[in-house]
Design a protein around this ligand. Structure first.
Ligand code: ZN
Length: 222
């Protein structure tokens, strides 16, 4: 009888050890909702470091750093950050929830102040686009014009630029981009991500006629 009790106790102890090891392993595993791969862990100050000196204070003070969770191209869950106007925070949180639910993959979501998106210390949107990075605020001109863009106000976001290029006649940006609707992470008319943005009052560059900017969404704030 004693031996049997001992055996039961031993099995019980073994089960507890296995359960603990399982929990430990789950916690260690990267790329889950509980333990996402960390792509960006900046402070707001770091995210705005190197900002164009012409940027007015009122615009700079409107910007916030938003932590976002997303499904990566590697099929793991990632955490990144995006800088946008504080009045758009709720919209962006909502859209990222939909993207995660739809398993719409994003290459990365990292502020353009990251050293890998700089040339001569200046924030370089072309480098960010070429690396398929999703980004928001950037005090810069509209592509090909001398007017500041909605990005300069933190009122616009570019999503997976390499899959969703800017196309104007023969000009394609980023230069190596190919627009292929079968590539996951690509936006097109009727896509749930496009529809979600539109339902929140955002304009999509894929609807424009004189040029197409499939990566681009913007919202006017009154
Ligand atoms: Zn844009």
């Amino acid at each position: 009888m004693k031996g049997r009790l001992y055996a039961v106790k031993s099995i019980f102890a073994l089960l507890i050890v296995c359960a603990l090891m399982g929990m430990f392993y789950m916690n260690q595993r990267k790329g889950t909702a509980q333990n996402p791969v960390l792509d960006s862990v900046m402070t707001l100050e770091e995210a705005l470091e190197g900002l164009h000196p012409d940027c007015p204070k009122e615009i700079k003070n409107q910007q916030v750093l938003i932590d976002v969770t997303y499904y990566g191209l590697d099929q793991l869950i990632h955490q990144g950050q995006i800088v946008l106007d504080r009045d758009l925070r709720q919209d962006i949180k909502h859209v990222f929830q939909i993207m995660l639910k739809e398993r719409f993959p994003l290459a990365s979501v990292i502020p353009v102040s990251d050293p890998k998106f700089r040339s001569d210390r200046i924030w370089d949107d072309e480098l960010s686009m070429a690396q398929n990075n999703t980004s928001g605020f950037n005090y810069r001109f509209i592509t090909g014009q001398k007017k500041i863009s909605e990005h300069a106000l933190g009122h616009a976001i570019d999503i997976n630029p390499l899959f969703n290029p800017y196309i104007k006649g023969a000009l394609v940006l980023p230069t190596k981009a190919v627009y292929d609707m079968n590539q996951s992470g690509t936006l097109y008319k009727g896509h749930p991500v496009v529809e979600t943005f539109k339902s929140l009052g955002w304009t999509w560059g894929g609807d424009w006629v004189s040029l197409k900017d499939y990566q681009h969404f913007e919202k006017e704030i009154l």
